[in-house]
Design a protein around this ligand. Structure first.
Ligand code: NCD
Length: 332
């Protein structure tokens, strides 16, 4: 039989190399699937680019670094911040976006498989961001895509770009990461943001406290993974014993959509509410973060407290996502 090699199999990932792309740029053509892929020097590089992005946005608003590039924003799960910040990031860089938020209007609703949807989008776009309810979906998408794939949250798995923006927030707000005590609170079982962030923080000399109801504890495999890396971790069911020593209080929403039994959800949904009164026990120099949306776990009265960093956190996210898009497309 003839050995015909189809053109796509003769090429490497991200085959388009228009004039001006830097093939030797770090992360050129790479997928971003898990925080485990980042070394300390990668993080320094990403944050350096993010700071340049911030300076450019402050100076000129929008510029043409990714002019002519197209992002496919493929969201199988609801999203406000992740989808709109990737969209804003691409547009601030002069690129454009194919937004696919309502999967019910696309072929996915007709039963198309994820690999086929990816094969379709890679024909039209230069980079794909995917959010999907199943763990491992971003990795699967990356396997089938010749264009870089960025994980925008795979079920209860990971949310690497959120963890990067969380880390950037910590560094910008407190000026350091080493030596800090980070307390994660809320739904540590189903919250993908804390899974990625704790992993990413394990690159640093930090202490981690996990505060959650018994049924929403950090997955034991993850605790074990971090223990083998020598991270000091404490699991609690109350915030009180650790609040005074906390430098970063990372609050999360109880993930209603992940519960099989809604009665279980009702039992744990309002166990923790951070109020100005509770915050009297916390340090003066510390931050309260939240990936948002919040559904009652931080009272609105806390919003004017200078330690409330959750709205600033969203803005840091724009610069980090601009940096990531520019990097995987070989422009940074
Ligand atoms: C988070 C998510 O989707 O995992 N949101 C976000 O990306 N900013 C957190 C959440 O939904 O609770």
């Amino acid at each position: 039989m003839a050995t015909f090699v189809p053109p796509q199999d003769r090429k490497f990932k991200s085959p388009h190399l228009p004039f001006g792309d830097h093939q030797d740029a770090p992360f050129y053509g790479h997928d971003i699937i898990s925080v485990s892929q980042f070394s300390l020097s990668d993080l320094e590089y990403i944050f350096g680019v993010a700071k340049e992005m911030r300076a450019m946005v402050e100076r000129v608003g929008t510029f043409d670094l990714l002019k002519g590039k197209i992002l496919a924003n493929l969201f199988y799960e609801p999203s406000t911040r992740t989808s709109s910040s990737f969209l804003a990031a691409m547009e601030r860089l002069g690129g454009s976006v194919i937004p696919i938020n309502e999967v019910t209007y696309s072929s996915v609703a007709k039963g198309e498989s994820l690999p086929d949807t990816i094969r379709t989008l890679e024909c039209y776009a230069d980079v794909i961001v995917i959010r999907h309810p199943e763990v491992g979906s971003a990795e699967l998408a990356a396997k089938y895509s010749r264009k870089p794939v960025i994980n925008g949250g795979d079920g209860i798995g990971e949310h690497p770009t959120q963890a990067l923006l969380d880390l950037f927030t910590i560094e910008e707000e407190l000026g350091r990461v080493d030596g800090l005590t980070v307390t994660m609170l809320g739904d540590l079982k189903y919250g993908r943001t804390v899974h990625s962030l704790s992993r990413l923080l394990s690159t640093f000399a930090i202490r981690l406290n996990y505060v959650s109801p018994e049924i929403l504890k950090m997955p034991p495999e993850l605790v074990e993974e971090l223990a083998t890396k020598g991270v000091s971790q404490k699991e609690l069911t109350s915030l009180e014993p650790v609040l005074a020593e906390t430098d970063v209080l990372y609050v999360t929403r109880v993930q209603k959509e992940r519960f099989e039994d809604q009665e279980e959800y009702e039992k744990v949904k309002s166990l923790f509410v951070i109020t100005p009164e509770i915050m009297q026990q916390a340090k003066e120099e510390m931050v309260v973060m939240h990936p948002l949306p919040r559904v009652g776990e931080i009272s609105m009265e806390l919003d004017t407290d200078p330690r409330a960093a959750y709205f600033r956190q969203m803005e840091y996210g724009l610069y980090v996502r601009m940096a990531l898009l520019a990097m995987v497309l070989g422009k940074a």
